[in-house]
Design a binder for this molecule. Structure first.
Ligand code: MSP
Length: 506
């Protein structure tokens, strides 16, 4: 039976347009979603928008708009990211949709009825930018640890009895050692929980833009309780739909390091309190800086993914972000680094390997896969090393070590480029046509592997390359990476076209 796999991106605040940081999270999810589909899983990939809360209310007010019209105007920019970035998400949820509100209210009532929510008063610090509460000792120089300004808040509030869940959470982390990835972040979370959990304020009364609390409509639900519920409301919760039954608990919530605490502490506590299963894994990635600096509107260095795609190309952008940054760690974005990588790895290495091999075949073998003994060629170095490389690639992908997985592919193409130079098919054409055909076969068979391995990262370009190799759509899966499905001798090979143009500095 086909196994299911549910992966989610965070849902993005609609206070602003998408930027490269949000694009980064979504692309990482998409690469993983495509990888799992190609591995034979039935995948569901969810993304969407986080539309309530004080931050969004303020942004709407700044534009002189009511929050609903404001979110209606901004959220299509996030929905359209799927087309722009070629994201293969199966659903897109907005927290202002009825299906979501229904799920969030149901969960709220469940927590209340089970005695985990009580009414009291909150007084403490609040950061609107982080949509998070802080106590005095959390502040650094009078600001939130993120550097965001805080304001003093005193208001009636419902509380979730988070403190009751401290031991249960610690036990849960212990019993599920793979719950938080990477390991270094897991330790941060565990020490945070060990340091003592305070009950969490889960409703606000000083503004209006949120899901109204049914028992007390003066209160709106705390935006994080509202937002986290999207992962189940999008599956139809509270109804026991087929979707819900097939995909909950989620396999992975992919998040940035800044929102790990909400996902690894609050979310499992809410779920435990509601007697619902917890997600299997939270994966936290690092943050991107731009030319070494924090990205911010005030510095004027915000990179818009639309501009990047227009300047460098879509697959180039997807590739660069997954290749340059060690997933899980902070990393830097610069156009210069992007130009260098795109030119050296995509244009000169992979693109050139494809172009020179296919153009040569087109001219010299009647545009057909050459006639050779496949089994014998699979004993030669270039092809015999592939199974081990695939194993390494697979294990890196499963650990979400995207840059290492790409290293493996680059290693294969480096090997193939060196092989061409050593074998020199342009010489063999005159001296040993049989060897020339063997060499060309090994090269295009290698290209078939390369294209399939790179498909999760660069679906458009690699599908183009697979078209040029005349590989059927249903054979573009990892299970076809073996000699059993080697390129068919005599297959027609269409006229090749370049896939990665060189980027010239402007
Ligand atoms: N709305 C919440 C998430 C709710 S999920 C139930 C939120 N939204 S956000 O729009 O502020 O951020 C969404 C994601 O973008 C986060 O994972 C965050 O880490 C990521 N990034 C925002 N800026 C980033 C960088 N500069 N670099 C990398 N990722 C960054 O938080």
């Amino acid at each position: 039976m086909q196994k299911n796999y549910y992966i989610t991106s965070p849902i993005y605040y609609v206070n602003d347009l998408p930027h490269i940081g949000t694009a980064y999270t979504s692309i990482a999810c998409d690469v993983m979603a495509r990888f799992m589909r190609m591995s034979g899983f039935k995948v569901r990939f969810l993304t969407g928008c986080d539309e309530h809360g004080q931050k969004v209310e303020k942004s709407a007010a700044n534009k002189g708009m009511d929050p609903q019209s404001f979110t209606d105007e901004i959220s299509p920019n996030f929905r359209n990211l799927s087309d722009l970035l070629n994201l293969s998400n199966d659903d897109f949820i907005r927290t202002t949709e009825d299906r979501h509100k229904k799920g969030a209210i149901f969960l709220w009532n469940k927590l209340l009825e089970a005695g985990h929510i009580y009414l009291s008063k909150y007084s403490g610090w609040y950061s609107v930018r982080d949509e998070a509460f802080f106590v005095e000792k959390d502040l650094i120089d009078g600001k939130a640890p993120t550097g965001a300004p805080v304001e003093w808040v005193e208001e009636d509030s419902y509380f979730f009895a988070l403190s009751k869940f401290q031991d249960k959470l610690l036990e849960f982390y212990q019993n599920n050692p793979g719950f938080i990835q990477p390991e270094s972040r897991k330790n941060e979370v565990i020490s945070f929980v060990k340091s003592g959990l305070l009950d969490l304020s889960v409703s606000r009364t000083s503004f209006k833009w949120g899901i109204k609390i049914p028992q007390n409509p003066e209160h709106v639900m705390y935006v994080w309780l509202d937002a986290l519920t999207n992962y189940i409301s999008a599956l139809g919760y509270p109804d026991e739909t087929d979707l819900y039954k097939s995909f909950w608990p989620a396999d992975v919530h992919m998040v940035g390091k800044d929102i790990l605490r909400f996902h690894a502490v609050y979310w499992p506590a809410f779920l435990m309190a509601a007697e619902l299963p917890c997600p299997k894994r939270i994966v936290a990635h690092g943050w991107l800086t731009i030319d070494g600096e924090k990205m911010s509107k005030s510095l004027g260095n915000v990179v818009n993914p639309v501009d990047l795609v227009n300047e460098f190309g879509l697959d180039q952008t997807r590739y660069f972000l997954m290749r340059e940054i060690i997933f899980g760690q902070d990393g830097n974005f610069s156009k210069e680094a992007m130009r260098n990588r795109v030119n050296s790895e995509l244009a000169n290495n992979i693109g050139n390997l494809a172009q020179r091999t296919l153009a040569f075949i087109n001219k010299n073998t009647g545009a057909k896969v050459p006639e050779i003994d496949i089994i014998k060629l699979y004993q030669e170095d270039l092809l015999s090393k592939l199974p081990l490389k695939i194993e390494e690639y697979m294990s890196f992908m499963q650990m979400k070590k995207f840059n290492n997985a790409l290293d493996i592919v680059i290693d294969i193409t480096n090997g193939a480029n060196a092989f061409i130079d050593v074998e020199a098919p342009w010489v063999l054409r005159k001296t040993d046509v049989i060897r020339m055909e063997q060499v060309l076969y090994m090269l295009i068979e290698t290209l078939r592997y390369v294209a399939i391995l790179l498909l999760p990262f660069m679906p458009d370009s690699m599908n183009k390359l697979l078209d040029q190799l005349n590989i059927k759509n249903e054979e573009r899966l990892f299970e076809y990476l073996s000699s059993k499905y080697a390129l068919k001798v005599g297959n027609d090979l269409p006229q090749p076209q370049g896939i990665f143009p060189r980027i010239v500095p402007n």
